[in-house]
Design a protein around this ligand. Structure first.
Ligand code: ATP
Ligand code: MG
Length: 336
């Protein structure tokens, strides 16, 4: 393998990717990819997506190609990054099983992101066992490629901590085989973009602006955004904190002076919600139109997209299989 640092990241194919993914993770990945300093592995985590969608495999299957198109649309490039499908790499399941013995049930139940997700998904008493252990399967994904850099959003920090604990315990018991990963997080304020309703924008929560939304859908979503309930008449002074339109302008508008001006005017009174929403629509449209266009072009050539996933999976499989052989050897279970 190369001397370059290795990157592993991915997304669950539970829907199309949204602008939270873009600023929270995809932009970092594209920059790291184009720096030429890393070996990049990008995984579509279909096996993980099944942990809370086992009864809807069709959604996962459909979303696989949607996510692949989103990747190509934002500038991930199969000539520079290995883009692959998790379920096609059996070594990942084998590693997960070995690692599960190094983690306690109590530790899994304390994971704060998993806790929040369990509440959001209303599992009640019926938490799928596979869902509870998905942080362990993420540790398998990361370590199978000996990745040291993992570009993700803020919600993934507990997963990285779990992965590091597994690496330390494995290396302690069986010898130095695995590499400890570090998260690579987006600039402050961009690691957990809120959705139209103010909670974390998420494919599974129906509160997202998608990279593939057409102009009309984008406009409709912005118009439905939560602003300031106390700002009733245009002349009333308005609040910008917690006001989603300004939250998004802070994130997406490169013209910071203009945003500061609009904020001052809104706080003073005299600036209507519809006017700032129209401005935000223009800003987002400027960013998203080229992405949408590239996406539509690739969608005309699905053979290319499927072939990219197949070739990427073959390459990833060879790397992960090599790691699992080293792991078996370290554990002394390579008998023949
Ligand atoms: P799901 O609801 O199926 O979990 P999701 O929208 O949370 O979907 P994931 O596939 O779980 O998306 O996450 C993929 C990557 O995108 C992760 O690195 C995650 O941290 C990042 N990410 C997800 N949502 C956001 C967000 N709202 N803001 C910033 N980054 C995000
Ligand atoms: Mg998620």
């Amino acid at each position: 393998m190369t001397d370059k640092k290795i990157i592993l990241t991915g997304d669950r194919p539970t829907g199309k990717l949204h602008i939270g993914h873009w600023v929270g993770s995809l932009q970092n990945r594209v920059n790291l990819q184009n720096s030429g300093e890393y070996e990049n592995f990008i995984m579509i985590a279909d096996k993980q997506a099944l942990t809370d969608n086992a009864r809807d495999p069709e959604k996962i299957r459909r979303s696989l190609t949607e996510v692949a198109l989103d990747y190509l649309a934002v500038g991930l490039d199969p000539a520079k990054s290995t883009i692959f499908v998790q379920s096609q790499i059996p070594a990942l399941s084998e590693l997960t099983e070995y690692y599960l013995n190094l983690v306690s049930l109590g530790r899994l139940q304390r994971n704060p992101t998993v806790k929040t997700e369990i509440q959001q998904k209303n599992f009640g008493e019926s938490i799928p066992a596979g869902f509870l252990i998905y942080p362990v399967s993420q540790a398998a994904d990361i370590t199978a490629f000996k990745a040291s850099v993992v570009p993700v959003g803020d919600d993934q920090e507990p997963m990285l901590e779990q992965a590091r604990e597994i690496v330390r315990s494995f290396n302690n018991i069986y010898g130095e085989v695995l590499v400890e990963p570090e998260g690579y997080f987006p600039p402050k304020g961009m690691g957990r973009i809120p959705g139209l309703d103010g909670v974390k924008m998420s494919k599974s929560l129906n509160n997202a602006i998608y990279l593939s939304d057409d102009s009309d859908t984008l406009a409709k979503k912005v118009k439905s955004m939560f602003t300031d309930p106390e700002h009733i008449n245009i002349d009333d002074p308005g609040h910008v904190e917690g006001n989603m339109v300004f939250t998004y302008l802070d994130i997406f508008d490169d013209d910071k002076e203009k945003v500061a001006e609009l904020k001052a005017q809104y706080q003073h009174g005299g600036l209507g919600d519809m006017k700032i929403k129209r401005y935000l629509i223009d800003v987002l449209e400027g960013k998203l139109a080229p992405v949408r266009e590239r996406r539509n072009e690739y969608a005309q050539n699905m053979d290319f997209v499927m072939n990219m996933l197949k070739e990427g999976s073959e390459k990833a499989n060879a790397v992960a299989t090599q790691t699992v052989q080293e792991v078996r050897h370290a554990m002394g279970v390579d008998y023949f």
